[in-house]
Design a protein around this ligand. Sequence first.
Ligand SMILES: [Zn+2]
Length: 500
Amino acid sequence: MSLKVYNTLHRKKELFEPIEKGKVRMYVCGPTVYNYISIGNSRPIVVFNMVRNYLQFSGYKVEYIQNITDVEDKIIKKADEEKVDYKVITTRYIKAFLEDVKNLEVGGFNKMPLATEMIAEIIDIIKKIIENGYGYVVDGNVYFEVSKFPAYGKLSGQNISEMKDTEDNSFEKRNKIDFALWKKAKEGEPFWDSPWGRGRPGWHIECSAMSTTLLDRNIDIHGGGIDLIFPHHENEIAQSEAAFPGEGDFVRYWMHNGMIEVKSGKMSKSLGLKKNWILKNLLKSYSPDTIKMYILSTHYRSPLEFSMEKLEEAEKALEKITNTLKNIKFLIEQKEGLSDGETGGKADMQVISRLGTFARKFEVNFKNSMDDDFNSARAIGDIFEFIKNINNIIQKPDFKNNASLKKSLSGAYIKIKELGLVLGLNFIKEVSRISEDIETRIEMTKEEIEKLITEREAARKNKDYKKADEIRNYLYSMGIILEDRKEGTLWELKDNRDEK
Ligand SMILES: [Zn+2]
């Protein structure tokens, strides 16, 4: 199967064929930096990170650009409220955004241009729009004349003739649906010199300027949330195609993610929901993997409900995977049963061949799911199917480990990790993230924990069950859960949610 992408422009899934063979140029609208980003703002970042990863996994070289809007009405309003220069606001929230992206372990943008760094390019494209007859100047403001661009509405399905009627006499625009390309600076506002006087760019124009300049007018994928289809992306099409007429569609595939929604009224009643709506806060309670698991467990175009229950579900689901990986790792590292002869070859060959079949099936299914418009929800289901098949083998009472089996298990382990990473999931909860945290969270070092476990094992061997229980209870009170297995004792931290 080959990759199919749902193209908002044609409202259907289409075979993906980039403009240049083997290369994909991708532009995604980024945040306006006047506040901390929400979980809602995080969805496109997680989704398009997965899209980029899968394109790379499929052999494409990907150039991925995401802009940052650092001059805009909301920023100026916030600066006024705080009585500071707008740059104080943008510096603060750009820093916060970069931290969020890093903590969420997504991103890896090839370029992250700021609007204020592209003013020359923005002025250039506005000039072209005016020269080509699509823009007009009124007293230092420049507007796009929508009625001159008959294709307006092709992305969003809006009907201009219905919109045109609403004349706005209080305003200087020729028609209400005309939109600003350049805004004259008011007293105290940030400004740049331009052929039309001092002013600043309108919001929509920066994306046209950046995407056409930085991707050489060969844009394969342009993405963002569905809330950007109208007017933002509709206006981007009008601007870009008006500036460069006769070049065909400005973008080949328009991709839009659905919104994250809170059930009506719930947000105002729940303090937890309100607090956790901000990504920075959410990351204090949940691992980046959990947040990504929550987002990717629903197809990117579908609406996604925001609730603590959904996050708990994602965390539990993730645990099933990380636990299985931990069990596999335990078997791979197990010292006993090294020689194949010990367990008799014939039955093992069957187990190994079954594992191989499951692994191949897993990879084929995963690719088919992702080829179907990046269906990460189904791809996660494919991981679970594989995990279930592995558990059916390794949890059997008569299961015996040996060297050949370890090799197969090792292959399965690597495959799960590899395809997990395509989605942006690390599956490393037990391994590094938590052990890094141990000292601050439970005031015990890993060595101390392991020393107590050894003492407990000695006590059990001596049939001193009272002492063994005391150690178990003590560790439990410190937030550590023990799991006795025939191969030895495993430990892990109590769930995050017990702490809250
Ligand atoms: Zn944009």
